[in-house]
Write a protein that binds this ligand. Structure first.
Ligand code: IPD
Length: 273
């Protein structure tokens, strides 16, 4: 199976790199967009084109594989995670950044088998950062191995969080409460505007943890395996195992930091994917 996964992964990396050209053409921003679930949840033609390119290429080579793609789900496809090999795709993670020309957008592709992510690719074509991992083979940035930090305590941790793409009042209140927790108890806060790139930062040791309530499977699938292969942990924000469809994530450099955060965070349970 391991050779098969490597074969799927190598094929996907080439596709992702090619599709990255569609994004980097718009490095100064992409001013034409449509609104999705809220006035800050946006989509461009490039999101759709990248997803079509990836699903088109993968399904031609691997006809039995399944897909969960952000834009396909937005157009009405069901979000089903079965035991079959399933590609979980965010064609442009950080669409708002992409629209503004803020250079933190990426293609995020995870491959799940038996409902577990076994390979992941996060590619920011504008900054030429390719984060990759295959189960059991380590995590890499542009082919160089990466590792999480050794930070175990919140007071020493640099933490990423996001306000998300919902205007829901209850959720916004929770974001502010958790923001206050980190600014008072942690060392600092960062918001990159891309769940996948926040996770990549944890994987390479640039930050020590990231959490969000309201994300989707396509935002976190690739980051999950890349962080685990870099030596970190990805769990549910209440301290339980990660559930890819629960729309909740907490990842950290160490289990100690993850559990301290899980005990301290105000919790929110969005509707599942
Ligand atoms: C969004 C980004 C953002 C996060 C949102 C995601 P998108 O993904 O990852 O950082 O806060 O929850 O939906 O919409 O740009 O693919």
């Amino acid at each position: 199976m391991s050779d098969e996964i490597t074969n799927y992964f190598n094929f996907a990396v080439d596709l992702v790199k090619n599709a990255g050209n569609l994004i980097s053409e718009f490095r100064s921003g992409c001013k034409v967009f449509e609104v999705k679930s809220s006035d800050i949840d946006l989509v461009t033609e490039i999101d759709k084109k990248v997803e079509e390119t990836l699903i088109g290429g993968l399904s031609k080579s691997f006809p039995s594989h399944k897909f969960i793609g952000e834009e396909s789900v937005a157009s009405g496809d069901k979000c089903i995670l079965s035991e079959d090999p399933t590609w979980i795709i965010d064609p442009v993670d950080g669409t708002l950044n992409f629209i503004h020309g803020y250079p933190c957008s990426c293609i995020s592709v995870g491959l799940a088998i038996n409902k577990k992510v076994v390979a992941g690719i996060i590619y920011n074509p504008v900054l030429n950062q390719l984060f990759t991992a295959i189960e059991g083979k380590g995590a890499f940035l542009n082919s160089t191995p990466i590792h999480v930090s050794q930070v175990k305590e919140l007071r020493n941790a640099l933490i990423s969080l996001e306000a998300g793409t919902s205007r829901d009042e209850e959720r916004q209140k929770l974001v502010l409460e958790n923001f206050k927790l980190i600014t008072t108890k942690g060392q600092g806060v960062r918001c990159l505007g891309s769940a996948a790139l926040n996770m990549a930062m944890v994987a390479m040791g640039g930050s020590d943890a990231y959490f969000e309530f309201g994300i989707h499977a396509w935002d976190i699938a690739a980051g999950d395996i890349i962080i685990r292969e870099a030596g970190g942990v990805c769990i549910d924000p209440a301290g339980e195992p990660l559930d890819l469809l629960s729309r909740r994530v907490l990842c950290a450099s160490t289990p100690e930091l993850a559990q301290e955060l899980a005990k301290s965070l105000k919790q929110f349970y969005p509707e599942r994917d």
